[in-house]
Design a protein around this ligand. Sequence first.
Ligand SMILES: NC(=O)c1ccc[n+]([C@@H]2O[C@H](COP(=O)([O-])OP(=O)(O)OC[C@H]3O[C@@H](n4cnc5c(N)ncnc54)[C@H](OP(=O)(O)O)[C@@H]3O)[C@@H](O)[C@H]2O)c1
Length: 330
Amino acid sequence: MTVAKKWIYARAFSGLPTAEDFRLEEETLEQIQDGEFLAEAIFSSVDPYMRIYMAQYPVGSVMIGGQIAKVLESKNPNFPVGSYIHGNFGWRTHTVCNPDKTEPHWVPYVLPDFGKEPLSLGLGVLGMPGSTAYFGFLEICKPVPGETVVVSGAAGAVGSIVGQIAKIKGCRVIGLAGSDKKCEWLKTIGFDQAINYKTADIASELKLAAPKGVDCYFDNVGGLITEIVRGQMNSFGRISVCGTISCYNAEKAKVTDPQRDYVWKQLRQEGFINWRWNDRRLEMIEQNLRWIREGKLVYQETVTEGFENMPAAFIGMLSGENTGKAIVKI
Ligand SMILES: NC(=O)c1ccc[n+]([C@@H]2O[C@H](COP(=O)([O-])OP(=O)(O)OC[C@H]3O[C@@H](n4cnc5c(N)ncnc54)[C@H](OP(=O)(O)O)[C@@H]3O)[C@@H](O)[C@H]2O)c1
């Protein structure tokens, strides 16, 4: 009998989550049936969406989330023993899964060969954040060489990839991030300019960094930062709305008239969820891997050790403690 550990959503989030919002439990798993497999988590992801998606689940549910796991037992030929997989199994150490009974967007898959690159990249640049950056930027912003691109949340899992892809596509790239250290890092990975949104006068710094205005904005944060960037966009600019993390823990919205710029500047804005391109995942993995091997795409991970530290890693990520992808090594 396998005993799984799992983190429970023990109290509804209000503001920034705290340790009291989570409870660690154990569960004895049933023997696997035909079509099922048993997997053991190796790396688990902590992501911003968990903060807002959990509102859809009753208190007492297992925390949602993706993980890289190893198949320990299997009665499903598509998931052989010993294979490494991505599964949206939640914050759990062990899972019995029947892929035919999982939600369509969250179907598990066997990882393709990453060569010398670590398996953990399946949660980052070669996983969901990689798809989010690759498709969310290229398909929605449709960047043209020479254009100016602004990325908010630039030093995070998604933003750091978007900025580098924008450079590969011949754009001028400006990132917004929450510390001088993160801004320095952004410049080392190719961003032309980086602005510390916590200390700078964003509007005037952005005017200096983007004297010809902004053509594409990849928005990870929403709120006031977005209002300022939108105010400096050029006509027919494109905005890819990826997320609004500045509002996830906020009690009330601080933005007043967000629609005005859309009208006067004839902007195009489109929201998206990464799973729109699930059927093209392999294209993203192959392209991002190629860029990594060519030295054009650099990744960073912030690794927390130990399943017991999942809540701390999650709260730390929401507080800006991570650079690049925040993951937990189980
Ligand atoms: N649409 C989709 O399919 C999709 C998929 C994945 C992610 N997303 C969204 O993309 C965004 C980034 O996700 P990620 O996984 O790459 O996370 P991440 O950027 O690696 O981590 C979150 C970062 O958000 C920043 N942050 C926290 N509070 C903030 C605030 N009030 N204002 C501005 N920045 C703040 C922090 O960096 P600083 O130190 O810079 O503040 C923190 O490190 C999130 O909005 C997420 O929900 C969307």
